[in-house]
Every structure is written in C-alpha cells, then in structure tokens.
Unconditional design. Structure first.
Length: 1013
C-alpha cells in the first residue's frame, strides 16, 4: 500500500512529459518540413506582405500561428489534432479548394502536414491576425442615392418641346449656343439609321427634301416606327444587354437550335410596341404566366441566353448551378436595373447598399430556373381551329360509311360470298391485327399496309400538346396504346413483331440511338365492342412463351411481371427483326357483338420504330411455320359463323372494314374515311430554348463558395428598392405565387418596387442610341461607381413620360427625334468646344460609327440585294439577310462582326467599344464581301447611252451618302475613274465597268459611309 503514492505521482508526471515530447517533436517537424513549404508556396497569397501588395486571398494569413488558427473567410484552417477535419489539409489535397493553385504538392509533403496537425500543430510564430473594419450598409442612407429614389415631378421650362427646354437651361447656364439644324439630307440619313439601321433611298431623300410642310420630319419618323425593320434594328441593341447567343460556350459550346425564338420574340415585341413593363415581366416569368404560349416561353429565353457548360460532372454540377444563377442575376441587374450584382455573391457590395442576403434572396427567386429545350406549338389557336374543322369535315364521311353499312354492305357481301367464299384459303396460324386507333405518349404513329404500325414523329418530354380536345404534357418514357377490333373467338396467343427499317437509328427496331428497346410492361384489355353489351372489361393475364432473343437477366417475362423496374431488353440483336409470343392464361372467349382489344406497351425511354401485333387461336404458338397475314378473312369467317342468317346492324360497320379488301365499292367508302382521318392536323411544333422544370433550393454561400453552404435562402427583393413597411419578399397568399412571378411583379411595381429605376435605365438606353451617349454615361451601372446623370431633370422627365404613356417606347423615340437637340448639325464651334470639349451639354450632334451589323446591312442595301425575310433559324454569313439573323456561336464568332466591335456575348453589354484599327480599313478595301457589294452597286449606277459618267458619279453619291457630290468631288472622282481605266486598259470593253467598281468601293471605304452625322 505504501507504493501507491509513488505510482500516482508517476502517473501525474507521465502525461505532461508525453505531451511535451509530442510538442517538441511537432516543433521540430514544423521547422524542418512545414515552415519551408508555407514560405515557398503560401506566403505570396496569405501573409501580411501579400495584404500590403493587395494580393491577399480569402482573408487567410498563414504567416503567424494565430492566423493559421483563425483561418480566413471559410473558417479556421486547421483543427489541432484533427487533420481529417482541417480545411488547410483538404486544400493541399485539392479537395474542394486547390492550394497551391499551380498544382498539388507531393504526397510526402501532405503526409508531413497530416502528422503535424495530428501532433497538435505546434507553431512558434508570433503575431496577431490583422483586422479590417467591416463596412456596415446603412439602407436608409443608401436609399437617398438619386437612382434609388422614387421618380419626382420636374418643373419644365416654358417651351413647346420639354426636352429642348431642359437641354437649353443647361446650355445657357454654361454660355453655350446650340448648333443650327442639320441639312435635310443628313437628317433623314440619321433618322433611317437610328430607327431601322438602313440607309434611305435617293428617292426617299428627294421626297423629304422637297416636303416643305412643318410635319415633314414627323412623317418620316412616324413611318419608320411602323416598319418591321425597326424591331430588327432595336432588337440588336437589347440582345447586347441580354448576352444573347445560340450556343453554350466553354470547350464543348453545344449549339442551341431553338434559341433563335428569343431573338424573334424581341423583334416582334418591339415592333408591336409592347409596354416595356410587360416586356420585362415576360422575360422573367413568361413561361409561368402563359404556360401554353410559345411566345411567352420564348421570352424567358432571356434568362438562359448566357454561357452554360455542356459537360457537367457530379463533382461540378452544384458549382455550375450557382454559376448559372449568378449569370442570370448579373444580367437582370445590368440590363434591367443598371446595377452590378455579381460581386455580392461573395460579400457585401463594396459601394452600393446591397447586402449579401439581398443577392441570395434574388437568386432564390430563380432557384427553380433551369436551361433546356421545350417543344411547343407555334400557333396553338390555329391548331385547335384546324382540328375542329377537320372533325367537322370528318362527320359527313362517317355518316356516309354508316349509311353504306346499313344498306349496301350486306347485299354486296352476300353476292361476293356466293361466288368466292369456297375459294378462300384457310385462316392462317397468325393473323395481323389492323389498328383501329393509335395513341402514344411521345410519338406520332401511322398505319402502313398489312397492319404494320410505324413511328411518324417524336415529341420531347415536357412538350404541351392538344390531343382529342385536351391539353397534356408529354412524359419522359414512351407508351403505345393500340386499339383493335375482332369477332373471333377463343384467341390464345399474342405476338409482337419488332421490325427493322433503314429509316430507324441503326436500322432499329428500337428508336434509341443504338437501335435498342426496353419493353417494361405489356397489358392487354378486352371489352365489349357493342355498347349495348354490358359485360365488364377484362385485363388478360399473360405468360411468356417464346422470344427471338432473351437475355437471361432481362428476359421477356420482365415485360409482364408488373414490376416497374424490370424490362425485356433487346440490345445485342438490335438491327435485326425481333419477335415475342405471349400466351393467354385463359383463352379469350370474346363478347357478343365483337371484342375491342387494347394493347398497352410501356417502354423505358423510346419505343419501337416499326411493329405489328398478331393473334392466334392455336394452343401451341411456338410453331413459327406459315405466313403472317391480315385478320380480314378470319373476321369474315367469324361473323358468318356467328350470324349465319342475318348480320345485325351493330356488326355491319365492322363488316365494311373486313370486307373492303375484297370489294372495290366497299374499299372506296372505307378509304375515304381512313385517308381523311390520316390528315388530322398536327401541332406546328418547334423547339424553343428556354426555362424548364428543375432546380433546387438555394443556400447562402460564404464567400460565394459552394463548399461553404449556410442556411437556406428565401426568395425576396433588394431592400434598397423596396418602399413598404412589409418585409421585402413575396407576400404570403392563399394562392402561392411562383417566386419568379413575384420577382417580375416587384421589378415592375411602380409604387413599392423597382419600377422607377427600371424606367430610368431603359429611357437612358434609348437616349444613348439616339444621341451617342446616355444621360448616365454608364448604362449598366447606376450605382455609386457609375457616372452621375448629366441632365438629372431630363432623366426624371423621360422616365415619368414612359410610365404615364403606358410604358410604350415608340412615343419616346418620337419625342426625342422631334426635338431640336436631336436635329442639330454635327459641326464643331470653336468657342463651344473650349467651354464644353466633351459635348456634355449637347450643343452639337455627336457623329457615330455604324455598328458591325448596321455596316454590313447598309452595304447589302446599297448593293440592292438585301433580303427582307424575317424570323426563323439563324443563317451563316454567306446570306443576304440582315445581320441580326446571323448565327451567334460563342466559339465561332464571325470575323466580319468582331472586326467592327461586335461584342462577345458572355455578359450583359450596355455599350459597345468603338476601336479604330488598320484591319478595318483593309477589310473594306480587300474583303470579297465589300467587293461583291461594290459590283452590285455598279449595276445601279452604270451609265447608259443616254447618261454620262458624271450622272453615274452623282448616283453613286446619292445611294451611298444620300447627297450629291460637290463639283470638286465630282471632278476628283472623274479623274480617278479615268486613271483606273487607263491602268486596266482603256481599249478593253469592260474597263469602264471595272473602273466604276473601284469607284464604288472607294465610296464604301470613306468615313462618310461608316459614320452617321
């Protein structure tokens, strides 16, 4: 007992000694293995020096022990003693995070860090973690920013034209004098390019020049606003802000065949002068507000027009999902609200009063929004009307058949039977059933001769179609519902033939890409054909007898076992005819008056491309000898045996069907009904790239990282743009409103929501495209970092005018263009230039270079070969159509467009760059396209025996520049043409034409063509 105190004392000292040993061991490991790695690979981004150089990443300091324990934006970097739970080690292993980004460190280094952390991560380095005061967002103060306030009424100057009155006030206060009006020729050219992106013809210019009425220019503007080309011109401006393209971008860059519907919708909406608030709502939630309207679905192509990877793995799917939502949110913010929202994914907005939580509230409103194609009817109303018309036209044909059945078919059958009956062959072992009615979940089906059923078109899952007067959504897996009639008794077997055909994938017989099929379930239902017979329907029990091919793991029996997850699968023998025989456990006795058989074939994925259904009355169906023939003769024998004396009226319609192959008159009546039935109008379907069902709940992400999920985010709005005592989120309602609909309502809400800012942003865009620069010079940023408005009262006035005018844009175009400010000349006054060198106060009209699309379209118009076809799938650049219809594939942008600053459609673009580089001039001088249009222009100006060279020169100037040349210009061009003729050989018959082509191309190369004054 005396030794116990010594044992206890030893135990007390043993633990500290062990820990001390581990600590020494860990410190030695740190100095030898850990510190050198941190210095070499980590300090450049995670140290005080990195912070001072503005290179600190993630708020993480790894140059002190305190910094390692504190961690950064994602939390503590290590948990001493628990390497498996330490973020630093996960990052070094490139598990979720990747440190260092240049590549993963060797395994032995990772082993050192694992051991060091498990030893408690001893670290002798001293120093505190630098702290940075957090910026607090004051929403009340933020709401005082001019862009976030309600629209305010403006006191207008005493002027007939409010725009001019407000502009003149600013000019007078700065001692500026406005320019005089532009010449008639320049003004009409300006108006044409501004509104429709095309030049006027010489005849249109001449008519305007001689029109001395005060309303002359007003008439020009009004006429241009009614032209379809207006929508094509202004849609291009909007598509820049919507980052529209027709492919997903990234490495795969898959093409989106149905994306063009969004472009077409924008053109139509602008031509129809759709109220802008409705224009916005439909782009955010049109598919929900009007689920059966292809135009509304096309409108929401706005949300999914951005880049999206085509190859997604299980590891990246969630990251890509949040990136997709971020793209939608940034586009909504930039294009509609003039706000930069992307940075708020990771932190509070650095400048604007937009907290982190507001970003995720908006993103949560889009949480169920997913990229994808839908197949929809281009004109559901027309389809419904056509189907109703067809049904009305079909009724007389059915009445004629019924009359024929009641009066003529029996006598004709009896006459035929008396002479031909005994000569007919025996009823074959297998009889092919002739379909009476065909239905399918995803396919259109048709009947070929011999009772063969063939695929005749495919519907995508989710397609909403009208069928038999009802609307339904197409499912994902195929199901055929085949209806047959028979009067035969004691049927014992059913046979399914799956047939190949060169029109099918890999020759079929399945419609899957490899020709395979998976038949998950077969169900056969028998019911009385005669409505007067009240016997209950029977679901026939089946058992497998024989299949041409059976996999031991996926046999024919799987198709009748009533288990949803099994199937008869045919893969290895795809591209060969297949067949399966199923026995009825109890022979089908049949019903009085005939039997209706309904065969339902349920498939996984797609079905069969070509098949036939046969029946047999034999008990041993395994014998395959004998040709499969139609059921007609068997049905006639069954009817004759059942009704030896008189065929009742209820059976006579069936007699018409079965007797038709043997009698031309009967066949004629039946064929008229069948042929007309086969013409039943189908929907005019087209694939639309839009939003589809799916998505998941949205969570707050610390630092925007998917690996750092926090609590669930609920749908809501930007607090700074919410003017109500209620919380900034969808109001609870007895009938829940889709969050995307609520978002669309908030963004267009004049009283409580974002509509004031929405109005300011769009009127600023209109001003920008008419005057060369917006009232706010940063059209996608109305926040603190953006430019302040040059004319605040004018911006307020125009925004109020938009709202008061029912959000119509065309009246604003009209008001802007009819202002004296718009109609000024572009000449520069020296004194005005000294006072206002940037033309902030609009004392002259700002010349602008044509955008890439307008430049190409103008060249086609000048050549006289611009094709006016509107809408439809995109085309390649060898077309004569307008440039808005050119294909926009993100990895294959057209050089003819990008050379003149057409933007990359990766994000919302509020203002295009305008560069001047030598390749632009070289392109105009040397490109085949420019040369072709010069040759086309020649055909419009070529001199005739009655006209002179001077006349041709004048005509060229009128077509290209919309004016006559000066005397000096005419003389200069005459000399140029003569020189070209001499160089080309004046004695050659085509030298004049070739010289004039050079003249035409010179006109296209001058600044006066590519710039609009």
């Amino acid at each position: 007992m005396k030794t116990l105190p010594w044992i206890a004392a030893l135990a007390m000292f043993a633990l500290p000694l062990t820990l001390a040993g581990a600590d020494d061991q860990g410190l030695q490991l740190f100095e030898q293995k850990i510190r050198p790695v941190l210095v070499q690979h980590c300090y450049s981004c995670h140290s005080v020096e990195a912070r001072n150089a503005k290179k600190l990443q993630g708020g993480l300091y790894l140059d002190t022990a305190a910094g390692v324990l504190a961690g950064g934006d994602t939390g503590p970097s290590i948990i001493p003693g628990k390497s498996a739970e330490s973020l630093l080690l996960k990052a070094l292993k490139h598990d979720g995070f990747e440190m260092p980004p240049a590549g993963k460190l060797p395994d032995e280094v990772l082993a050192d860090f694992t051991r060091w952390i498990d030893l408690g991560a001893p670290d002798p380095r001293e120093g505190a973690v630098p702290t940075k005061p957090k910026r607090e967002i004051n929403l009340d103060e933020g709401k005082t920013w001019w862009a976030f306030q309600p629209l305010r009424e403006v006191t207008l100057p005493d002027s007939q034209k409010p725009i001019d009155g407000l502009i003149r006030q600013a000019q007078q206060s700065n001692s500026l004098k406005p320019n005089p009006p532009a010449s008639r020729e320049k003004l009409i050219r300006r108006a044409y390019f501004d509104l429709i992106g095309l030049p006027p013809t010489p005849e249109q210019v001449a008519a305007f020049v001689v029109d001395n009425s005060p309303q002359a220019f007003e008439k020009v503007v009004d006429e241009l606003l009614t032209r379809p080309a207006y929508g094509e011109r202004w849609a291009r401006h909007w598509l820049d802000t919507a980052r529209f393209a027709e492919s997903g971008g990234y490495e795969f860059d898959g093409f989106r065949p149905g994306a063009y519907h969004y472009r077409d919708w924008v053109i139509r909406a602008l031509n129809d002068d759709m109220p802008y608030d409705q224009f916005v709502r439909l782009q955010l939630a049109g598919d929900i507000l009007h689920p059966d309207d292809i135009q509304a679905a096309a409108a929401t192509g706005f949300l999914v027009a951005g880049p999206y990877p085509g190859q997604i793995t299980a590891k990246t799917v969630e990251q890509i999902r949040y990136d997709q939502l971020d793209d939608m949110m940034m586009t909504i913010g930039g294009s509609m609200l003039g706000l930069t929202l992307g940075c708020v994914r990771c932190h509070e907005h650095k400048y604007d009063p937009i907290p982190h939580q507001d970003y995720y509230a908006l993103v949560a409103s889009l949480g169920k929004t997913v990229h994808g194609p839908r197949t929809m009817d281009l004109d559901p109303a027309a389809t419904e009307a056509a189907q109703q018309k067809h049904q009305a036209e079909h009724q007389p044909l059915m009445a004629a058949l019924q009359q024929f059945a009641a009066i003529e078919v029996v006598p004709r059958f009896n006459t035929w039977k008396s002479t031909h009956w005994n000569a007919q062959p025996e009823t074959p072992r297998w009889q092919t059933l002739e379909p009476i009615e065909l239905d399918a979940e995803r396919s259109y089906l048709k009947v070929l001769p011999g009772g063969i059923i063939a695929h005749d078109g495919l519907l995508n899952p989710g397609t909403r179609v009208r069928q038999r007067g009802q609307k339904r959504n197409v499912g994902g897996d195929e199901m055929y519902r085949l209806t047959f009639h028979t009067h035969q008794k004691n049927l014992q077997s059913l046979r399914l033939d799956a047939l190949t055909d060169k029109s099918l994938p890999q020759r079929g017989p399945g419609l899957n890409g490899d020709g395979s099929f998976q038949l998950a379930n077969v169900q056969v239902t028998a019911r009385p054909l005669d409505p007067a017979v009240k016997d209950p329907e029977q679901i026939l029990k089946l058992k497998p007898a024989l299949a041409a091919f059976e996999d031991k793991d996926q046999p024919l029996g799987n198709a009748i076992d009533d288990k949803p997850n099994t199937a008869w699968v045919v893969r290895e023998t795809a591209r060969k005819d297949n067949a399966a025989i199923l026995e009825l456990e109890t022979p089908l006795a049949g019903f009085n008056g005939g039997t209706e058989l309904v065969v339902e074939l349920k498939f996984r994925e797609l079905g069969l491309g070509k098949l036939q259904i046969s029946v047999s009355a034999e008990a041993n169906p395994a014998t395959w000898a004998g040709q499969v023939t139609s059921q007609h003769l068997g049905e006639l024998r069954a009817i004759t045996a059942t009704y030896p004396n008189e065929i009742p009226e209820g059976v006579r319609s069936s007699l018409v069907r079965w007797f038709a192959p043997f009698d031309s008159e009967t066949a004629q009546v039946l064929t008229a009904v069948r042929d007309h039935a086969a013409q039943y109008p189908r929907p005019n379907l087209s694939e639309v790239y839009t939003t589809v069902a799916g998505g998941q709940e949205v969570f707050y992400l610390r630092r925007g990282e998917v690996a750092n999920k926090q609590e669930k985010a609920e749908p809501g709005y930007l607090q700074v743009l919410w003017r109500s005592s209620e919380p900034p989120r969808p109001a609870p309602d007895a009938t829940p409103v889709d969050p995307r609909v609520s978002l669309a309502q908030w963004i267009t809400d004049v009283d409580r929501g974002a509509a004031p800012l929405l109005a300011r942003v769009i009127v600023n865009r209109l001003w920008q495209h008419h005057f060369g620069e917006g009232i706010v010079g940063t059209p996608n940023d109305f926040g603190v970092q953006g430019d302040p408005p040059s004319h605040p009262e004018l911006l307020e006035y125009l925004a109020l005018e938009l709202q008061r005018g029912g959000w119509k844009l065309k009246p604003l175009h009209r008001q802007m263009m009819l202002s004296d400010t718009y109609q000024q000349s572009h000449e520069v006054d020296a004194e005005n230039l000294r006072i206002d060198p940037t033309n902030k106060y609009l004392w002259h009209h700002r010349p602008r270079r044509l955008e890439a699309e307008a430049l190409r379209d103008a060249m086609l118009a000048i050549g006289g070969n611009l094709e006016a076809t509107m809408y439809g799938p995109s085309v390649l650049d060898n077309t004569l159509r307008r440039s808005i219809y050119l294909r926009v594939k993100r990895s294959e942008l057209l050089p003819v467009m990008t050379m003149f600053d057409a933007p990359e459609p990766t994000q919302s673009i509020g203002e295009r760059s305008v560069t001047t580089v030598p390749t632009q001039a070289l392109s105009m001088m040397n490109s085949p396209f420019a040369r072709q249009q010069s040759e086309k222009l020649l055909s419009r100006i070529r001199p005739t025996p009655e006209t002179s060279l001077a006349t041709a020169i004048d005509r060229g100037y009128q077509i290209v520049y919309n004016r006559l040349p000066s005397d000096s210009e005419r003389s200069l061009m005459t000399t140029f043409i003569d020189q070209q003729r001499t160089q080309l050989g004046a004695d050659k018959p085509d030298s004049t034409d070739k010289a004039l082509v050079e003249f035409c191309q010179v006109l296209l190369c001058l600044n006066e063509f590519v710039y609009i004054d």
